[in-house]
Design a protein around this ligand. Structure first.
Ligand SMILES: [Zn+2]
Length: 310
């Protein structure tokens, strides 16, 4: 009996070792989007065991003596492999990591950069107020074990509440808060004025439908206006493959039409239980995740606007 038990324990241990031994291979390949700026662009899906959270966009900016990051990705392994890929372009430490918002696919890589470089993390206070070490957030539940292993939740070091202008290794950055609920309770976009590059975080996506379940339609419209006021040549969405000058068109059209149609529906006396049948947003049918996310966006927008009108 004891022999049998110890045998199965050994077998279990070996099984575990074999699960843990090999890290998930993200096969990350950086895309140069501007001089000194590279991004890892994710697939147009939700997080899954197959993509291990590589459905988010994260970016590296090369300065004279370090890299600055905009979002660190969904896991420690992702961050470690992103750094390895970037090391082939330049051997520089990561000293600054900017986090755009609280969704964990954007920042669970932070602990890698803290462990390896003691990087300074700048981002929303919301993360410090709502997450603590050991929390099993969405990525912990969805990602395969060999991708999420080693990932830790750590604090944000600096939590600005107004626009921050930074010059790091010769590159200029503006980190701009929306100042009200937009995609989440607290969102930032990042602008590089000299290079005319804008990083939208999830304030804009393209090729797929956005998830506005933690957000606000009116806040989204405000954020789009704020981003439009910047002069940019390159626009990096939080999710989506288009990083061109027109990369915000999808988001702008979606939220503007949604707002217009919800107002009209309210005027026509449409009830809450009819709204998703009346406001269908058919122009966006071909976008990824339409069926999964659009009805919720419509009904949330209805609730928000009806309440705001009262
Ligand atoms: Zn998000």
């Amino acid at each position: 009996m004891i022999k049998k038990l110890s045998f199965s324990l050994v077998a279990l241990a070996l099984f575990n070792i074999s699960i843990y031994a090999e890290s998930f291979d993200y096969k990350l390949s950086p895309k140069k989007v501007s001089d000194n700026v590279w991004c890892f662009l994710g697939v147009l899906e939700g997080p899954s065991k197959t993509n291990a959270g590589a459905m988010v966009n994260t970016c590296y900016i090369k300065t004279t003596d370090s890299f600055v990051l905009v979002d660190s990705g969904p896991s420690y392994q992702y961050a470690s492999q992103a750094y390895e890929a970037m090391s082939k372009i330049a051997k520089l430490p990561v000293k600054t990591v900017i986090t755009t918002h609280e969704h964990d696919d954007h920042w669970l890589g932070n602990s890698f950069y803290k462990d390896k470089f003691n990087a300074e993390i700048i981002g929303p206070k919301y993360i410090n107020d709502h997450y603590k070490a050991g929390d099993k957030t969405r990525m912990f539940r969805v990602l395969p074990q060999n991708a999420i292993k080693d990932t830790k939740i750590i604090k944000v070091d600096k939590t600005p509440d107004k626009t921050v202008k930074m010059t790091i290794g010769g590159e200029d950055f503006e980190m701009i808060p929306i100042g009200q609920k937009a995609h989440t309770e607290e969102d930032f976009f990042i602008y590089m004025p000299k290079r005319k590059v804008l990083f939208a975080g999830d304030l804009a996506m393209n090729g797929r439908i956005t998830s506005n379940r933690h957000g606000s339609l009116l806040g989204q419209l405000k954020a789009i206006e704020m981003m439009k006021s910047k002069e940019y040549e390159v626009f990096v969405p939080g999710h989506g493959l288009n990083t061109g000058k027109n990369a915000m068109d999808d988001a702008e059209k979606y939220f503007t039409l949604l707002h217009k149609r919800i107002l009209k529906a309210i005027e026509d006396g449409v009830e809450e239980d009819e709204i998703t049948a009346v406001v269908t947003m058919d122009e966006f049918k071909d976008r990824a995740m339409f069926k999964a996310l659009n009805p919720r966006n419509v009904s949330d927008a209805f609730t928000e606007i009806e309440f705001a009108e009262d």
